[in-house]
Design a protein around this ligand. Structure first.
Ligand code: SF4
Ligand SMILES: [Zn+2]
Length: 145
């Protein structure tokens, strides 16, 4: 069943918002194909719900949603009056094997996975090493003056 807001959206019944993959290769192709349709989103009151529904970043969406033109989930063009808070899509989680990934595990009440734990250990070792180097440099600076 089509959502009620979609039936009232300015793009209702219009083509060219989600081009078939056979029709384009590059972001430039996508801009040429979809760019002319982008102003349709201008007066649309459903931009936030459109983005929340399509989830362009998560879905690696190609096409127009919420006043933006997306290519592989990244906005490559947008109307002038789009607002950051229309991007209601939940933030993607940081990938595993990174310090940010470890933080995300904790935020979600999960155990930190081995590759995130390893990334954290390495980052903390790097910081420790950098700190250890700092006083020496200061001393050298003093000696030079
Ligand atoms: S924001 Fe654009 S694509 Fe989304 S419903 Fe409105 S007109 Fe359609
Ligand atoms: Zn992880």
């Amino acid at each position: 069943m089509t959502a009620d807001w979609l039936l009232r959206a300015p793009c209702r019944g219009l083509d060219g918002f989600t081009p078939s993959e056979d029709d384009w290769e590059t972001a430039g192709d996508l801009k040429r194909l979809c760019g002319p349709q982008l102003p349709t989103c201008g007066p649309c009151p459903f931009r936030a719900v459109c983005i929340a529904t399509v989830k362009p970043a998560q879905a690696l969406f190609d096409g127009i949603a919420g006043g933006r033109l997306w290519c592989n989930g990244t906005a490559i063009a947008a109307l002038d009056d789009v607002f950051e808070d229309e991007l209601t899509e939940p933030k993607l989680r940081a990938s595993c094997g990174t310090e940010a990934g470890a933080k995300d595990h904790r935020r979600h009440g999960e155990r930190v996975c081995p590759s995130c734990a390893q990334a954290e250990r390495e980052a903390s070792a790097r910081r420790k090493e950098a700190r250890a180097k700092q006083p020496q440099q200061l001393q050298l600076d003093f000696a030079a003056t």
